[in-house]
Design a binder for this molecule. Structure first.
Ligand code: FMN
Length: 325
């Protein structure tokens, strides 16, 4: 007799799929191979081929959904065993579930999974203490990934220069701009609604500025000195490492959310090969491969919430293996 009801697995997947993904592409598929086993597969048809030709952001997104699935499982009272990716397998992870115990902090965890979101509105000028960043970094260092808080003035100004350079490279590439645009206001299931998006930085005046919330118009441009910056890096640079960086991102984001902090990834500087190389050499001093930069800050207290980004229905994300003859 199976110990895990389909209803519970459905709830688990709904929470897992609230995970962050690049441009809300949700580039994953789940496959139920037995009543209590789920496989996580990448969905290459959702890869951003211009900005992410190697599939790094895709794999990071899959790592985040895996992290959220395992976190949801724990909070829903399930135990989980994970077979990680092997180079020959098509899947990213195979997870077997069994009944366990609901932990005392389950409610807070489930709320965090359901409420976490990317809020790109300008952070308040309230500084994020270095100690807080170090705590977050400790939570997010695992799965083969390291979270490095960038608190030194030299590193931060180097980073600002690199971010500016990466933005200029991408803004000059019409293929990149078209790809970005294709994932804004895309529809009911995926992509980023204008209500949540910052306008693309093109070096020219913003087109249709009234489409965007005033609070979001200049937020892609600057990093304030009071904002926290954390760089996720790994010692190796392959798909397993990228998935690990995604799991670290999931952990960092949920811990930040619990502490009342807002997180916004900034992937451009890693997406452009030239700035990624300098980031690795001059900021990480060759030790780690940069995977994703995130900014961390406080949103104004009492501010209204932004509309939630949509998600694909479970019927689209989950398939059931056909039983054999
Ligand atoms: C690998 C990765 C890269 C991302 N890069 C950026 C980015 O450069 N700028 C940004 O504003 N958001 C970025 N995001 C956030 C996504 O756009 C966001 O997670 C997605 O739209 C879903 O929205 P939600 O986080 O509010 O649920 C990134 C997320 C991931 C996982």
């Amino acid at each position: 007799m199976t110990e895990v009801s389909p209803l519970l697995l459905g709830r688990l997947l709904e929470l897992a799929c609230r995970a962050p993904s690049v441009q809300n592409t949700q580039p994953w598929r789940w496959r139920a191979t037995e009543d209590d086993v789920l496989e996580l597969h990448p969905d290459p048809s959702r890869q951003l081929l211009v900005s992410d030709p190697e599939g790094r952001n895709l794999a990071i997104s899959c790592g985040a959904v895996l992290h959220h699935a395992l976190t949801a499982a724990g909070a829903l009272g399930l135990r989980a065993w994970v077979d990680p990716l092997s180079p020959t397998s098509g899947w990213i992870a195979r997870v077997r579930f069994a009944a366990g115990h609901v932990p005392p902090d389950a409610r807070a965890t489930l709320d965090g999974l359901a409420q976490r979101c990317t809020d790109r509105r300008r952070f308040t000028a309230w500084p994020v203490p270095d100690g807080r960043l170090l705590e977050l970094a400790a939570t997010a260092s695992g799965w083969g990934a390291y979270a490095v808080p960038l608190t030194g003035r030299t590193d931060r100004s180097r980073l600002e220069v690199l971010m500016g350079r990466a933005r200029s490279v991408q803004a000059a590439d019409p293929r990149f701009l078209a790809e970005q645009q294709a994932w804004v206001d895309r529809g009911a299931d995926d992509g980023v609604p204008t209500a949540d998006a910052s306008p693309p930085v093109t070096g020219r005046p913003v087109q249709h500025p009234t489409r965007y919330q005033p609070d979001l118009v200049d937020t892609a441009e600057l990093v304030r000195s009071t904002e926290g910056l954390v760089l996720l890096g790994t010692t190796v640079d392959d798909r397993t490492a990228w998935v690990g960086a995604g799991q670290a991102l999931g952990a960092l984001w949920l811990a930040a959310h619990r502490a009342g902090l807002s997180v916004v990834p900034l992937s451009q500087v890693v997406e452009v090969p030239a700035t990624r190389r300098v980031l690795q050499d001059e900021v990480l001093h060759g030790g780690l491969c940069p995977q994703l930069l995130v900014r961390v800050g406080w949103q104004q207290i009492g501010r209204g919430t932004l509309p939630r980004t949509p998600r694909r229905p479970l019927t689209d994300v989950l398939t059931h293996a056909v039983p054999g003859p």
